[in-house]
Design a protein around this ligand. Sequence first.
Ligand SMILES: [Fe+2]
Length: 370
Amino acid sequence: MPEQAFRFIPAETAREGTMKVWSPLLVPREAIEAEIERLAEVPAGQGGRRSSVIVHPESTAPGLGLSPGVDVTINVLKPGEETEPVRHNSNQVEFCLRGEGEVRAGDRQISVSKWSAWNIPSMKVYSHRNNGKDLFVRLTYSNAPMLEKLGIHHIERGVAYSDLRGGNSPATTNAPAKYTRESAPDFVITEAGARVRGYEFLTDIEVVENHMIHWPWEKVSEHLSMTYGDNKRNIMLLYNPATERRNGTTHSFFATLASTAPGTPPRKPGRGHKHSSVAINYHYKGFGSSVVDGQEFHWRAGDLMLSAPAWSEHAHYPGPEGHGILTIQDHPLQIGMESLIWQERMDGPILTLGSEKGQTGYVGPRQEGA
Ligand SMILES: [Fe+2]
């Protein structure tokens, strides 16, 4: 028998069921501000970008980032600067920290300012321009680390909006038009619902249009509690309808904006909860603390935190002046993989959200303080 390159190993050795919990990490406001100033002073990089990825000490290449599958990039543009168009198959959520700018993606263009959020869908040609007088600063969250680890992160630089490959053109094929999804064979073969279907279902997938959309702060903030007793919610999801029942802002991430008003009664100390999705918090106002796997962190406005590494037990405690947090979590991605497990109480069940009945009577993370 010829020598083989592969080997066989016991399956129980290969798949031990590891839950490797990363350390929580707080990136303080001062470090972020210093990096913003540094990026503004050095010559612009490739494509006119001034960008730095924040790397967790446990992160390994390929796919350096703040968590195994998610990165956070600080992006700066000086007044008048514009980036060259680019596109890639990672998706992004962006949050404006300072200044104002124009963002173009595919056939959409938006004007953004402080605390506005928007998505940039995969494979749309996009660019940014600073049309203000201050620095235009934004945080970008993406699934690039996961794609880099899989060896499938595709980036095209030097592309043009006029290039119809920019995600908007119909697919071309030499196949006869009679081979379409609508006319393809589709048979039920068992009572349990097993079907067999033609290959057209795999190559001509039903399209759900996904465009850049914008959640302006002045519109979102109308729905968040700003005054104690105003009966508004403390946390709201920035929902992109393209993500359908996976309730995301992009196909990988949900973004939520949280706000508690000054004078809101403090949360009682107690156990936290845990989930297989990872949560990254940017604290845009106020101060408070978090307990993550027994470690206490004190945060305030301007800090970024890997505040819930996947499967870490965490609880957050806003301070008496109220607080505001942008949370990014890879929840939709995990619903799509049927891997989103959630344990609300440490003595309670582990639920597979999206596949079985989830939490009910639950309007915010640990809202009840239990
Ligand atoms: Fe959580």
